[in-house]
Design a protein. Structure first.
Length: 219
């Protein structure tokens, strides 16, 4: 598999998802084409199949509760369209290297100041999730296994402790960044190469063409 940069993968994923989001409801043919693209994208990224299926299954339950009241035909289309979007984004997220979510977010076309905020938010979000996993393992060692035990463990005091631990660790990370010369900008190069810009242009044209075609009489 060709090595694709993280910002490039994020931009491609978002282009496809945005194209699917603007499709005409009931355009099954064009949704099927998008579905084939999503499967190829997931295969190209080599997303872990078992984890991907479990994640999609959990999301399917939640989506079903939202769309089923809208009628079977419309709900079926919305459900499948949502699953295709989730397949694309989950495949991207599950194949991210560790501690690279913030770099992926910085790849979005945002102002420089906002990019730094997004990048730091992604990095500290990973710190928060790491603390949640540590506390969950601690609860399991205390015999609070299973969903019910974990929910009992997550009380108001636990949430407060989680906040304090995450804040303390974030401050230590920030201090380490200052020692290493951090001055408000992080060395994350998100510029696209000419070849990547060509592929992004082709992806935009393809997604635009498919979405516009879904509004045709043949859809």
């Amino acid at each position: 598999m060709l090595k694709l940069s993280i910002p490039f993968r994020l931009r491609l994923s978002l282009i496809i998802v945005i194209g699917i989001g603007f499709m005409k409801t009931g355009a099954w043919l064009w949704l099927g084409i998008y579905g084939a693209i999503a499967l190829c994208w997931s295969f190209w990224l080599r997303a872990p199949l078992r984890t991907l299926v479990k994640l999609l299954g959990s999301e399917l339950i939640f989506l079903s509760l939202l769309v089923l009241p809208q009628g079977w035909e419309r709900a079926s289309f919305l459900l499948l369209r949502s699953l295709i979007c989730l397949l694309i984004m989950n495949s991207f997220l599950l194949t991210l290297p560790p501690h690279s979510f913030g770099i992926a977010l910085k790849g979005l076309p945002l102002p420089a100041g906002l990019q730094e905020i997004v990048l730091l938010a992604g990095q500290y979000l990973e710190i928060l999730l790491a603390e949640v996993n540590r506390m969950k393992r601690s609860a399991e060692l205390r015999g609070l296994s299973g969903t019910g035990g974990w929910l009992r463990y997550v009380s108001a005091s636990t949430i407060g402790a989680l906040y304090l631990r995450s804040l303390d660790r974030a401050e230590r990370v920030h201090a380490a960044m200052l020692i290493r010369g951090y001055q408000g900008t992080l060395p994350a190069d998100t510029r696209s190469t000419p070849k990547q810009r060509l592929w992004l242009t082709l992806a935009i044209l393809t997604a635009t063409g498919l979405t516009i075609a879904s509004y045709g009489n043949w859809a």
